[in-house]
Design a protein around this ligand. Structure first.
Ligand code: ZN
Ligand code: ZN
Length: 401
Protein backbone atom coordinates (compact mmCIF):
# COMPACT_ATOMS: atom_id res chain seq x y z
CA UNK A 1 0.00 0.00 0.00
CA UNK A 2 1.21 3.52 -0.69
CA UNK A 3 1.47 5.93 2.21
CA UNK A 4 -1.68 7.70 1.04
CA UNK A 5 -3.54 4.42 0.84
CA UNK A 6 -2.44 3.55 4.37
CA UNK A 7 -3.65 6.91 5.64
CA UNK A 8 -6.97 6.52 3.83
CA UNK A 9 -7.35 3.07 5.37
CA UNK A 10 -6.74 4.51 8.84
CA UNK A 11 -9.27 7.25 8.31
CA UNK A 12 -11.82 4.86 6.86
CA UNK A 13 -11.46 2.61 9.89
CA UNK A 14 -11.49 5.54 12.30
CA UNK A 15 -15.21 5.21 12.89
CA UNK A 16 -16.39 1.89 14.18
CA UNK A 17 -19.88 1.13 15.38
CA UNK A 18 -20.34 -1.42 18.10
CA UNK A 19 -23.75 -2.40 19.35
CA UNK A 20 -22.81 -5.25 21.66
CA UNK A 21 -20.91 -5.34 24.93
CA UNK A 22 -17.37 -6.64 24.73
CA UNK A 23 -16.39 -8.41 27.96
CA UNK A 24 -12.80 -8.39 29.18
CA UNK A 25 -11.18 -9.32 32.44
CA UNK A 26 -7.96 -7.32 32.09
CA UNK A 27 -7.11 -5.28 35.18
CA UNK A 28 -5.79 -1.77 34.67
CA UNK A 29 -2.12 -1.01 35.39
CA UNK A 30 -1.32 1.71 37.95
CA UNK A 31 -1.58 5.28 36.65
CA UNK A 32 1.41 6.72 34.86
CA UNK A 33 2.23 9.67 37.14
CA UNK A 34 3.86 12.91 35.95
CA UNK A 35 7.59 13.15 36.68
CA UNK A 36 8.35 14.37 40.20
CA UNK A 37 5.05 13.15 41.62
CA UNK A 38 4.63 10.27 44.04
CA UNK A 39 1.28 9.11 45.32
CA UNK A 40 0.73 7.83 48.85
CA UNK A 41 -2.14 5.97 50.44
CA UNK A 42 -4.63 7.75 52.68
CA UNK A 43 -4.53 6.18 56.15
CA UNK A 44 -7.53 6.18 58.52
CA UNK A 45 -9.50 8.62 56.36
CA UNK A 46 -7.00 11.40 57.10
CA UNK A 47 -7.53 13.19 53.79
CA UNK A 48 -5.63 16.44 53.23
CA UNK A 49 -7.99 19.44 53.28
CA UNK A 50 -7.46 19.93 49.54
CA UNK A 51 -6.94 17.40 46.78
CA UNK A 52 -3.61 17.67 44.99
CA UNK A 53 -3.83 15.57 41.80
CA UNK A 54 -1.49 12.58 41.51
CA UNK A 55 -0.48 12.66 45.18
CA UNK A 56 -3.05 10.20 46.57
CA UNK A 57 -3.36 6.50 45.86
CA UNK A 58 -6.98 5.58 45.43
CA UNK A 59 -7.87 2.77 47.85
CA UNK A 60 -8.78 -0.61 46.33
CA UNK A 61 -12.38 -0.15 47.52
CA UNK A 62 -12.58 3.57 46.85
CA UNK A 63 -14.26 5.70 44.19
CA UNK A 64 -13.21 9.26 43.34
CA UNK A 65 -15.59 11.56 41.50
CA UNK A 66 -14.30 14.85 40.14
CA UNK A 67 -16.67 17.50 38.81
CA UNK A 68 -14.84 18.83 35.75
CA UNK A 69 -17.63 21.15 34.65
CA UNK A 70 -20.76 22.27 36.47
CA UNK A 71 -21.81 25.43 34.62
CA UNK A 72 -23.95 26.57 31.74
CA UNK A 73 -23.57 26.53 27.94
CA UNK A 74 -22.28 30.11 28.15
CA UNK A 75 -19.38 28.93 30.24
CA UNK A 76 -17.16 31.05 32.45
CA UNK A 77 -13.57 30.45 33.54
CA UNK A 78 -14.76 29.09 36.88
CA UNK A 79 -17.82 27.25 35.62
CA UNK A 80 -17.35 25.42 32.34
CA UNK A 81 -19.96 23.11 30.85
CA UNK A 82 -20.91 19.75 32.31
CA UNK A 83 -18.53 16.84 32.83
CA UNK A 84 -17.71 14.34 35.60
CA UNK A 85 -14.71 12.05 35.92
CA UNK A 86 -15.18 8.84 37.90
CA UNK A 87 -12.08 6.90 38.97
CA UNK A 88 -12.26 3.49 40.63
CA UNK A 89 -9.91 1.58 42.91
CA UNK A 90 -9.52 -1.11 40.23
CA UNK A 91 -7.78 1.48 37.97
CA UNK A 92 -10.76 2.11 35.66
CA UNK A 93 -11.78 5.64 34.68
CA UNK A 94 -14.99 6.93 33.13
CA UNK A 95 -16.07 10.31 31.85
CA UNK A 96 -19.74 11.26 32.06
CA UNK A 97 -20.33 14.03 29.52
CA UNK A 98 -17.59 16.20 28.11
CA UNK A 99 -19.12 19.68 27.90
CA UNK A 100 -17.32 22.69 26.46
CA UNK A 101 -14.35 23.80 28.53
CA UNK A 102 -14.15 20.59 30.56
CA UNK A 103 -11.02 19.45 28.71
CA UNK A 104 -9.04 22.28 30.34
CA UNK A 105 -10.08 21.18 33.81
CA UNK A 106 -9.38 17.54 32.97
CA UNK A 107 -5.97 18.52 31.64
CA UNK A 108 -5.20 20.49 34.82
CA UNK A 109 -5.34 17.19 36.75
CA UNK A 110 -2.50 15.88 34.55
CA UNK A 111 -4.18 12.47 34.26
CA UNK A 112 -2.94 9.33 32.56
CA UNK A 113 -4.66 9.93 29.22
CA UNK A 114 -4.05 6.35 28.09
CA UNK A 115 -6.88 5.46 30.49
CA UNK A 116 -9.31 8.20 29.54
CA UNK A 117 -10.89 6.35 26.66
CA UNK A 118 -14.56 6.10 27.64
CA UNK A 119 -17.14 8.89 27.52
CA UNK A 120 -20.79 8.33 28.43
CA UNK A 121 -22.95 11.08 26.97
CA UNK A 122 -26.24 11.93 28.68
CA UNK A 123 -27.49 13.81 25.61
CA UNK A 124 -26.14 15.71 22.66
CA UNK A 125 -26.41 19.30 23.85
CA UNK A 126 -23.10 21.00 23.27
CA UNK A 127 -22.75 21.90 26.96
CA UNK A 128 -22.53 18.13 27.49
CA UNK A 129 -20.54 16.86 24.49
CA UNK A 130 -18.84 19.97 23.04
CA UNK A 131 -15.36 19.01 24.22
CA UNK A 132 -15.47 15.42 23.04
CA UNK A 133 -13.51 16.53 19.97
CA UNK A 134 -10.99 18.21 22.30
CA UNK A 135 -10.57 15.01 24.28
CA UNK A 136 -10.28 12.89 21.15
CA UNK A 137 -7.43 15.01 19.79
CA UNK A 138 -5.91 16.33 23.05
CA UNK A 139 -5.92 12.92 24.72
CA UNK A 140 -4.38 11.37 21.60
CA UNK A 141 -1.58 13.94 21.78
CA UNK A 142 -1.05 13.27 25.49
CA UNK A 143 -0.91 9.52 25.92
CA UNK A 144 -3.92 7.71 24.41
CA UNK A 145 -2.74 5.23 21.78
CA UNK A 146 -5.91 3.14 21.54
CA UNK A 147 -9.38 4.03 20.18
CA UNK A 148 -11.66 6.24 22.23
CA UNK A 149 -15.16 4.94 23.06
CA UNK A 150 -18.28 7.10 22.91
CA UNK A 151 -21.38 5.70 24.60
CA UNK A 152 -24.55 7.60 23.88
CA UNK A 153 -28.27 7.36 23.17
CA UNK A 154 -30.23 7.16 19.96
CA UNK A 155 -32.53 10.04 19.10
CA UNK A 156 -36.10 10.04 17.86
CA UNK A 157 -34.61 9.92 14.32
CA UNK A 158 -31.27 8.42 13.22
CA UNK A 159 -29.87 11.88 12.40
CA UNK A 160 -30.47 12.97 16.01
CA UNK A 161 -28.57 10.07 17.59
CA UNK A 162 -25.03 9.59 18.92
CA UNK A 163 -23.83 7.74 15.82
CA UNK A 164 -24.83 10.64 13.58
CA UNK A 165 -23.24 13.12 15.98
CA UNK A 166 -19.85 11.41 15.92
CA UNK A 167 -20.03 10.76 12.18
CA UNK A 168 -20.81 14.40 11.44
CA UNK A 169 -18.20 15.62 13.90
CA UNK A 170 -15.52 13.51 12.27
CA UNK A 171 -16.46 14.80 8.84
CA UNK A 172 -16.13 18.34 10.16
CA UNK A 173 -12.57 17.81 11.33
CA UNK A 174 -11.41 15.52 8.57
CA UNK A 175 -8.53 17.88 7.79
CA UNK A 176 -7.33 17.81 11.38
CA UNK A 177 -7.42 14.01 11.50
CA UNK A 178 -5.68 13.72 8.13
CA UNK A 179 -2.81 15.94 9.31
CA UNK A 180 -2.24 14.15 12.60
CA UNK A 181 -2.77 10.53 11.63
CA UNK A 182 0.55 8.95 10.87
CA UNK A 183 2.50 11.24 13.16
CA UNK A 184 0.50 10.11 16.22
CA UNK A 185 -0.28 6.49 17.17
CA UNK A 186 -2.52 5.11 14.42
CA UNK A 187 -5.16 3.51 16.63
CA UNK A 188 -5.63 6.70 18.68
CA UNK A 189 -7.48 8.23 15.70
CA UNK A 190 -10.30 5.74 15.99
CA UNK A 191 -13.63 6.42 17.67
CA UNK A 192 -15.79 3.47 18.63
CA UNK A 193 -19.45 4.47 18.96
CA UNK A 194 -21.69 2.45 21.24
CA UNK A 195 -25.15 3.79 20.46
CA UNK A 196 -28.01 2.39 22.53
CA UNK A 197 -31.77 2.92 22.67
CA UNK A 198 -32.66 5.95 24.78
CA UNK A 199 -35.74 4.06 25.96
CA UNK A 200 -33.73 1.42 27.86
CA UNK A 201 -34.98 1.24 31.44
CA UNK A 202 -32.06 0.54 33.75
CA UNK A 203 -30.51 -1.81 31.23
CA UNK A 204 -26.80 -2.51 30.95
CA UNK A 205 -24.88 -0.45 28.40
CA UNK A 206 -21.41 -1.33 29.73
CA UNK A 207 -20.09 -4.24 31.78
CA UNK A 208 -16.40 -4.99 32.27
CA UNK A 209 -13.95 -5.55 35.12
CA UNK A 210 -16.71 -5.68 37.71
CA UNK A 211 -18.14 -2.33 36.56
CA UNK A 212 -21.74 -2.14 35.39
CA UNK A 213 -23.23 0.98 33.82
CA UNK A 214 -26.96 1.18 33.20
CA UNK A 215 -29.03 3.76 31.36
CA UNK A 216 -32.56 5.02 31.80
CA UNK A 217 -34.53 7.77 30.03
CA UNK A 218 -34.43 11.43 31.05
CA UNK A 219 -37.00 14.10 30.18
CA UNK A 220 -35.26 17.06 28.57
CA UNK A 221 -36.39 18.90 25.47
CA UNK A 222 -36.61 16.32 22.62
CA UNK A 223 -36.47 12.54 23.14
CA UNK A 224 -32.97 11.12 23.46
CA UNK A 225 -31.64 12.20 26.87
CA UNK A 226 -30.62 9.62 29.46
CA UNK A 227 -29.26 9.22 32.98
CA UNK A 228 -26.64 6.67 34.03
CA UNK A 229 -25.97 4.54 37.08
CA UNK A 230 -22.45 3.15 37.61
CA UNK A 231 -22.14 0.23 40.02
CA UNK A 232 -18.86 -1.19 41.23
CA UNK A 233 -17.74 -2.98 44.36
CA UNK A 234 -20.97 -2.26 46.23
CA UNK A 235 -20.84 1.47 45.43
CA UNK A 236 -23.19 3.31 43.10
CA UNK A 237 -22.78 6.68 41.40
CA UNK A 238 -25.67 8.19 39.46
CA UNK A 239 -25.19 10.83 36.79
CA UNK A 240 -28.45 12.51 35.95
CA UNK A 241 -27.48 14.51 32.86
CA UNK A 242 -30.19 17.11 32.24
CA UNK A 243 -33.71 16.19 33.21
CA UNK A 244 -37.11 17.24 34.45
CA UNK A 245 -37.98 15.22 37.59
CA UNK A 246 -38.89 11.78 36.31
CA UNK A 247 -40.12 8.42 37.60
CA UNK A 248 -37.15 6.49 36.21
CA UNK A 249 -34.62 8.53 38.20
CA UNK A 250 -36.66 8.11 41.41
CA UNK A 251 -36.79 4.36 40.84
CA UNK A 252 -33.32 3.55 39.53
CA UNK A 253 -31.24 6.04 41.54
CA UNK A 254 -32.88 4.84 44.75
CA UNK A 255 -29.89 2.94 46.14
CA UNK A 256 -27.21 5.41 45.03
CA UNK A 257 -24.34 6.36 47.30
CA UNK A 258 -23.76 9.53 45.30
CA UNK A 259 -26.70 10.82 43.26
CA UNK A 260 -25.98 13.76 41.01
CA UNK A 261 -28.84 15.57 39.31
CA UNK A 262 -29.16 19.02 37.85
CA UNK A 263 -30.22 21.80 40.24
CA UNK A 264 -30.86 24.51 37.68
CA UNK A 265 -31.33 28.18 38.41
CA UNK A 266 -34.84 29.01 39.68
CA UNK A 267 -37.00 31.06 37.27
CA UNK A 268 -36.33 34.53 38.72
CA UNK A 269 -32.57 34.01 38.89
CA UNK A 270 -32.57 32.52 35.38
CA UNK A 271 -34.54 35.47 34.00
CA UNK A 272 -31.98 37.84 35.49
CA UNK A 273 -29.03 35.75 34.35
CA UNK A 274 -30.07 35.63 30.68
CA UNK A 275 -32.13 38.83 30.56
CA UNK A 276 -35.23 36.78 29.69
CA UNK A 277 -38.82 37.51 30.61
CA UNK A 278 -40.17 35.50 33.52
CA UNK A 279 -42.41 33.40 31.25
CA UNK A 280 -39.55 32.02 29.20
CA UNK A 281 -37.38 31.55 32.29
CA UNK A 282 -40.18 29.68 34.08
CA UNK A 283 -40.69 27.42 31.06
CA UNK A 284 -36.99 26.54 30.79
CA UNK A 285 -36.32 26.22 34.54
CA UNK A 286 -39.42 24.17 35.39
CA UNK A 287 -40.37 22.31 32.19
CA UNK A 288 -37.03 21.54 30.47
CA UNK A 289 -34.86 21.43 33.60
CA UNK A 290 -35.19 20.87 37.36
CA UNK A 291 -35.19 24.03 39.47
CA UNK A 292 -33.82 23.73 43.04
CA UNK A 293 -37.11 22.83 44.74
CA UNK A 294 -37.66 20.09 42.15
CA UNK A 295 -34.10 18.80 42.76
CA UNK A 296 -34.84 18.78 46.50
CA UNK A 297 -38.05 16.80 46.01
CA UNK A 298 -36.23 14.25 43.89
CA UNK A 299 -33.48 13.83 46.50
CA UNK A 300 -36.00 13.54 49.33
CA UNK A 301 -37.44 10.58 47.45
CA UNK A 302 -34.08 9.04 46.44
CA UNK A 303 -32.30 9.61 49.80
CA UNK A 304 -28.72 9.11 48.62
CA UNK A 305 -25.74 9.18 50.99
CA UNK A 306 -24.85 12.43 49.20
CA UNK A 307 -26.95 14.50 46.80
CA UNK A 308 -24.95 16.50 44.26
CA UNK A 309 -26.53 19.41 42.39
CA UNK A 310 -25.00 21.13 39.36
CA UNK A 311 -25.76 23.18 36.22
CA UNK A 312 -25.61 26.82 37.31
CA UNK A 313 -23.04 29.55 37.69
CA UNK A 314 -21.57 30.71 40.95
CA UNK A 315 -22.65 34.11 42.16
CA UNK A 316 -23.79 35.17 45.63
CA UNK A 317 -27.34 35.72 44.34
CA UNK A 318 -27.53 32.46 42.44
CA UNK A 319 -26.02 30.39 45.22
CA UNK A 320 -28.47 31.81 47.74
CA UNK A 321 -31.43 31.20 45.41
CA UNK A 322 -30.34 27.60 44.73
CA UNK A 323 -29.72 26.79 48.38
CA UNK A 324 -32.99 28.42 49.50
CA UNK A 325 -34.93 26.39 46.97
CA UNK A 326 -33.30 23.06 47.76
CA UNK A 327 -33.66 23.44 51.51
CA UNK A 328 -37.40 24.03 51.15
CA UNK A 329 -37.79 20.44 49.96
CA UNK A 330 -34.68 18.49 51.07
CA UNK A 331 -32.74 18.41 54.31
CA UNK A 332 -30.33 15.55 53.63
CA UNK A 333 -26.60 15.49 52.80
CA UNK A 334 -25.87 17.90 49.96
CA UNK A 335 -23.06 19.28 47.82
CA UNK A 336 -23.60 21.97 45.22
CA UNK A 337 -20.88 20.99 42.78
CA UNK A 338 -18.33 23.48 41.60
CA UNK A 339 -15.69 22.88 38.94
CA UNK A 340 -12.90 20.70 40.34
CA UNK A 341 -14.85 19.56 43.38
CA UNK A 342 -13.62 16.10 44.36
CA UNK A 343 -15.67 13.45 46.17
CA UNK A 344 -13.95 10.39 47.64
CA UNK A 345 -16.35 7.56 48.42
CA UNK A 346 -15.95 4.33 50.36
CA UNK A 347 -18.66 2.29 52.08
CA UNK A 348 -17.76 4.08 55.30
CA UNK A 349 -16.78 7.61 54.28
CA UNK A 350 -17.67 10.39 51.88
CA UNK A 351 -15.17 13.23 51.67
CA UNK A 352 -15.86 16.38 49.63
CA UNK A 353 -12.95 18.69 48.82
CA UNK A 354 -11.69 21.02 46.14
CA UNK A 355 -8.78 20.13 43.88
CA UNK A 356 -5.81 22.48 43.80
CA UNK A 357 -4.40 22.57 40.30
CA UNK A 358 -1.68 24.49 38.50
CA UNK A 359 -2.85 27.17 36.11
CA UNK A 360 0.05 26.52 33.75
CA UNK A 361 0.62 22.79 33.65
CA UNK A 362 2.77 20.84 31.26
CA UNK A 363 1.24 17.84 29.52
CA UNK A 364 1.40 14.66 31.59
CA UNK A 365 4.24 12.31 30.71
CA UNK A 366 3.31 9.62 28.22
CA UNK A 367 3.95 5.91 28.71
CA UNK A 368 6.54 3.75 26.92
CA UNK A 369 3.63 1.93 25.28
CA UNK A 370 2.48 5.25 23.79
CA UNK A 371 5.98 6.01 22.46
CA UNK A 372 6.19 2.57 20.85
CA UNK A 373 2.65 2.43 19.44
CA UNK A 374 2.68 2.05 15.61
CA UNK A 375 2.54 5.22 13.51
CA UNK A 376 2.42 5.12 9.76
CA UNK A 377 4.40 8.18 8.67
CA UNK A 378 4.81 11.93 8.87
CA UNK A 379 2.91 14.12 6.39
CA UNK A 380 4.29 16.37 3.68
CA UNK A 381 2.51 19.22 1.92
CA UNK A 382 1.95 18.93 -1.86
CA UNK A 383 4.30 20.08 -4.62
CA UNK A 384 2.83 23.56 -4.99
CA UNK A 385 3.00 24.42 -1.29
CA UNK A 386 6.47 22.84 -0.94
CA UNK A 387 7.71 25.02 -3.80
CA UNK A 388 7.00 28.06 -1.62
CA UNK A 389 9.60 27.20 1.01
CA UNK A 390 11.91 30.18 1.52
CA UNK A 391 15.49 29.44 0.54
CA UNK A 392 16.76 31.85 3.19
CA UNK A 393 16.16 29.21 5.88
CA UNK A 394 17.47 25.67 6.14
CA UNK A 395 16.07 23.53 8.97
CA UNK A 396 18.53 21.57 11.13
CA UNK A 397 19.14 17.96 10.02
CA UNK A 398 16.72 15.33 11.37
CA UNK A 399 18.16 13.33 14.29
CA UNK A 400 19.15 9.73 13.52
CA UNK A 401 16.46 7.14 14.48
ZN1 ZN B 1 -29.31 19.86 27.89
ZN1 ZN C 1 -27.21 21.14 30.00
Amino acid sequence: MTRTAVIMAILASALIFVSHIMPTTAMAAPDNLPKGRTATAIVDDQYPASYFPNTELLGADEMRITALGTGMPNQTKKAVSISYLVELGNGDKFLFDMGMGSMGNLFSLRPDFSKLDKVFASHLHIDHVGDFMGLHIGGWLSGRYDPIHFYGPTGSKPELGSKAFIEGMQKAYAWDLATRSGALPDKGAQIVVHEFDYKLENEIVYQENGVTIRSWPAIHSLDGSVSYGLEWNGLKYVFGGDTYPNKWYIKYAADADIASHEAFLPPKALAKYFGWDLGQATYVATRIHSEPQAFGKVMSAVKPRLAVGYHSVQSPDNNAAIMDGIRKTYDGPLAIARDLMVINVTKKTIKVRMAIVDEYVLPPDVTEAYKKAPRTDQKQPGKFISSGKWEGYTPPPMPKK
